[in-house]
Design a protein around this ligand. Structure first.
Ligand code: MN
Length: 477
């Protein structure tokens, strides 16, 4: 048998927690890091006689997300009850959306290696989260802080054909959510969770295979690994004559395996019906346009603009637009320095390396864009060499200041006085007669040795072009 005969068919459901101050239908805070069971308004607890009131901001954020994901926004969407019993769901049902979701028929585009991919979005609907159960051997503790927290569930079409593509799609969605500032995208804290629907079919088959859903995967790396494992498991079952049972499965990252949690229910098992305690959400075109006008430039558009406006390679543009804060910083440096490509090189090189090393966010860059730009200008106007600039950068990183002050205080100004450089070179030539003879005898590689000696003698401050020029005339002439 060969795995190559088979094809993965995969779709993702991404639950994104909206960054609102209060919950989806109640006024308590959605901060589930608070003390256990502190954020438990009567509506959250499902007390008799309580009525839910939809959160305006959650609706606005959901519309904003739908637009950013190229969806159509419904003018009338309806909340529905999804009925199931679980101890961390006090009402006995979750308020979600069923047949009339807020957002429909969108798509996300992203790069996978050199290939451009498009994954269609079937729908994105608003719902509330459940509470959290933690199991401790013989007993279970329930924390309802998370119950009622607003979620937007983004459901893709089964357009994904590899585990890597699934992870890249999820990253693209996260990037958009963070750009438009509706969700912090923090997977570790659970503010973004992925359910992966996985099935396989023989290549060339039209019909979809039976799918399994891997629930609540909490990192992009695990999304990829879980799907890889599950794909292989299903192929093995089918190749050995077995059948795939529709199931909900969990991924155990330590064992790198998925295992069955329960046989998968169908939509009709939940007895969905329209939420009788709430009116439909009616949105005018005027309101939708107003929300649309608050959208920032999205990552894809920004990549294209960086390539056109700053003449950057796509590679640079993709890295610099990873996060809105980084892209904003880059633009400030590029504009102030008037050297977009050097700005890109310095930010992608020195700056990102330091940020990584110190595990700092792009929002915490310790150097003002203005000062970073000045550093680049000092190289461009030949005040300092690129090599010295690295020393200046280290000083800037330690203490944000005008780089010119560092250059003055440390006496780092580049030596461009040809007479002074010639003097240094004469001394080097006189001190190394052996090397001079070898070089003139044809050992060209030794040229680098002389450059090195000259830079060493001037503590890296000699202008390298002048050093090269004088050395050439002295040695070759
Ligand atoms: Mn859901």
């Amino acid at each position: 048998m060969s795995y190559d005969d088979w094809e993965l068919v995969c779709g993702l459901e991404i639950h994104a927690q909206l960054k609102t101050k209060s919950k989806m239908f109640s006024p308590d805070s959605g901060d589930f890091g608070a003390g256990d069971n502190v954020n438990t308004h009567p509506v959250t607890l499902g007390m008799p006689g309580c009525l839910p009131v939809p959160n305006k901001q959650a609706i606005e954020y959901s519309v904003k997300t739908g637009l950013a994901l190229n969806c159509t926004i419904r003018n009338t969407s309806v909340f529905s009850r999804k009925n199931y019993y679980y101890p961390d769901l006090p009402k006995g049902y979750q308020i979600s959306q069923f047949d009339k979701p807020l957002c429909e028929e969108g798509f996300v585009e992203f790069k996978l290696g050199d290939e451009k991919k498009r994954v269609r979005i079937e729908r994105a609907h608003m719902e509330e989260d459940a509470g959290k159960s933690t199991h401790h051997g013989e007993y279970t503790l329930i924390n309802l802080n998370r119950a009622g927290v607003p979620l937007l569930e983004i459901v893709s079409r089964p357009d994904i054909r590899s585990a890597e593509e699934a992870a890249e799609y999820a990253r693209a969605v996260r990037k958009i959510l963070r750009y438009i500032e509706v969700c912090d995208g923090n997977l570790e804290e659970g503010s973004m969770r992925c359910d992966c629907n996985v099935s396989v079919r023989k290549k060339g088959d039209e019909k979809l295979g039976t799918r399994c859903e891997i629930k609540n995967v909490n990192s992009f790396r695990f999304v990829q690994k879980a799907i890889e494992y599950e794909t292989q498991r299903q192929i093995d079952v089918l190749e050995s004559g077995g059948k795939i049972v529709q199931q909900t499965r969990l991924y155990d990252s330590a064992a790198n395996k998925t295992f069955a949690m329960r046989d998968k229910e169908d939509a009709h098992d939940y007895r969905y019906f329209p939420e009788p305690d709430m009116l439909p959400v009616e949105l005018t075109e005027e309101y939708i346009s107003k929300v649309e006008s608050t959208l920032c430039e999205l990552p894809d558009a920004r990549v294209k603009r960086f390539m056109a406006e700053y003449e950057l390679p796509e590679y640079d543009s993709l890295i610099l637009t990873q996060e809105r804060d980084l892209a904003d910083y880059y633009e400030a440096v590029a504009k102030a320095s008037n050297n977009p490509k050097a700005s890109s090189n310095w930010i992608m090189g020195e700056l990102l390396r330091e940020l990584n090393e110190h595990e700092l966010d792009y929002s915490a860059i310790p150097i003002k864009a203005e000062n970073f730009a000045k550093l680049i200008q000092l190289i461009d106007n030949k005040t300092i060499s690129g090599k010295i600039a690295k020393t200046v950068f280290q000083e800037l990183w330690k203490k944000d200041q005008d780089p010119e002050d560092i250059v003055k205080a440390k006496g780092l100004v580049q030596i461009t006085d040809e007479g002074a450089i010639e003097k240094v070179i004469d001394e080097i030539i006189n001190a190394n007669p052996g090397q001079v003879e070898q070089y003139r005898g044809g050992k060209n590689k030794l040229f680098g040795f002389f450059v090195g000696q000259a830079m060493k003698a001037t503590k890296g401050q000699a202008n390298p072009e002048i050093v090269n020029k004088i050395l050439k005339s002295k040695l070759d002439g």
